[in-house]
Design a protein around this ligand. Sequence first.
Ligand code: HEC
Ligand code: HEC
Length: 452
Amino acid sequence: MIGVRLSRPAMWLTGITFTLAACGIGAPSPPIQVPVPSAAAEAATGFDNRSNGAVNDSIHQTDQAAFDEVEESADGLGPLYNAQSCRECHQNPTSGGASQITELRVGHLGPDGRFRNADIPIARGTVVISGRTLVNDRAICPSAALPDSEIQERVPDTETIRTTRASLNLLGDGLVEAVADETLIEIARVQRRTTRGTIRGQALYVPILEAPGETRIGRFGWKDQHASLLSFSADAYLNEMGITSRLLLDEVTTLCNSVSEPNNTTGADGLADIDRFARFLRATKAPARDTVLAATPAARRGSELFDAIGCATCHVRTLATAAAGTVLNGGTDTIPPALGEKTFHPFGDFLLHNVGTGDGIVMAMPEHYGPAVYKVLWREFSIDSVGRTRNKMRTAPLWGVRLRPRLMHDGASLTLRDAVVRHRGEASGVSRSFGKLPRSDQEAIIAFLQSL
Ligand code: HEC
Ligand code: HEC
C-alpha cells in the first residue's frame, strides 16, 4: 500500500492548537503520515553490530570486516583518495555510523551562468582532472618508487563555489532502499498540496549503475545522487578510496597507478568488495532512540510540537518498506523477508528541498555514474532536473542525530538550535513558528531532537 494520508491524532490536537493560537502562530502544515500495511512490523534498531535478519550474523561480521578493511596502494588505493577504509568516515558509534570527517566539493559558473564541474590541475599543471566536484585530500605519490611525481589535488582560485560535506550515517539504509518510489513521489505530492506549494520536495530519478538504462528515485547522499546501495558502494569505493570495480572501471587519473583495472575483482564466492559493502549496509539495524530521554515530559512535549509546527512535513516520522519479494533497482535486487513491510522512523522524506542552505553545487554526473553515463539512455533521467537541485539538499534524516556533534551538510552548525534556526526557504514559515514559540517549548523540541 502506498497511499499517503494526512492526519493528526485527535488526542493531542486540541492542546497544541491552543498553545499555537496563544502565541499567534498561523495554521501549521500537518505532519505527513504514510499508512502502513496491517501486516507491517517495526524494524529492528540498535548499535550492536548484529544483522537485522537479512543475512545471518556470521556473514554480517565477514561483510563488516570488508567494510572495515584498510587498503594500501598494492590493493588499488588511489592514485587520488580521501581515506583508506569505509569505516574511517562511517564509524560513530560503530561501523556504518557517521563521523566528523567532511569532504571538499567545488565548482564554478560558466559564461551562461550555469554550474560547471571543477577543473583541477595536477602534476605541475600538465594534467587537468575534470568531470567532478569532489577534491580528493590525499594521493599515493610522491612515494619511494615515484619520488618526483606530484599529483596532489588542491582547490584552484578559479573554483569559486566551495563547500564541505559531512559524512553520513549508513545504519538502517537497507530499509530506505526498500521504500517504493511511489511512496516518495506521494510524499512530495502531499507536501505541495497541504502547504499550497510552499514545501515541495523534489524526487529525482537517478541511474542504477548495475542496471544500465534503469533509474529509480534517488535517496542516498546529500543530493540524492543514488537509489541503490550497490551503486553507492561502487561510487564511494572509487571516489573516496580510488578503488575501481566492475561498475566504475576508470581511475580518476592513471598517474602513479600500478594496479590493473578494475582494482577490485570478484572472488571465489562470486562477490566483489562492493557486493559485500552493499550486503553489509542492507543488513544493518536502524539507529536506536535514547529511550531514557525520549520518555521525559520535555521530549514528549517536544515530539508533539515537532509535528504541530510542521517540522514533520519534511522530517517524516514513519516510512514503510515495500513487501518482501518486491523487485528493486532495475530488476537486480529483491526485498528479503527481513526488510519487507517494515516500519521505521528516519525523520526524513529523502527528498530535495531548498531550505536556504544550498551549496550551489550540481551533482557531477561522470563522477557518480562513470563517463559512460552519456552513452546510455537512462529512462526518466533528466539533466534539467539534476540542474534544478543546485541549491537544494536532501532533508537530513534525524535518526541518530544525537550522535552527530556537527550538523547540516557542511557540518558548520554546532548546536541543534543553530541548525534549526538556519532553515530558510521552503522551511521559512516553520522556522518562524519555532522562533515564536515560548522558550520552554523551543527547549522541548531540542530535548526531543536529543532523544533521536
Ligand atoms: C573520506 C570519507 C569517506 C569514506 C572513506 C567513505 N565515505 Fe561514504 N560518505 C562520505 C560522505 C562525505 C558522504 C556524503 C556524500 C555526499 O552526498 O556528498 C557519504 C555518503 C555515503 C552513503 C550515502 C548514505 C545515505 O544514507 O545517504 C553511502 C551508502 C556510503 N557513503 C557508503 C560508503 C562505503 C561503502 C564506503 C567504502 C567503500 C564509504 N562510504 C567510504 C564519506 C566517506
Ligand atoms: C522544508 C523542509 C524542512 C522543514 C519544514 C524542516 N527541515 Fe530540518 N532539514 C531540512 C533539510 C533540507 C536539512 C538539511 C539542510 C542542510 O544540510 O543544508 C535539514 C536539517 C535539519 C537538522 C540537521 C540534522 C543533521 O543531521 O545535520 C535538524 C536538527 C533539523 N533539520 C531540524 C528541524 C526542525 C526541528 C524543524 C522544525 C522547526 C525542521 N528541521 C524543519 C528540511 C526541513
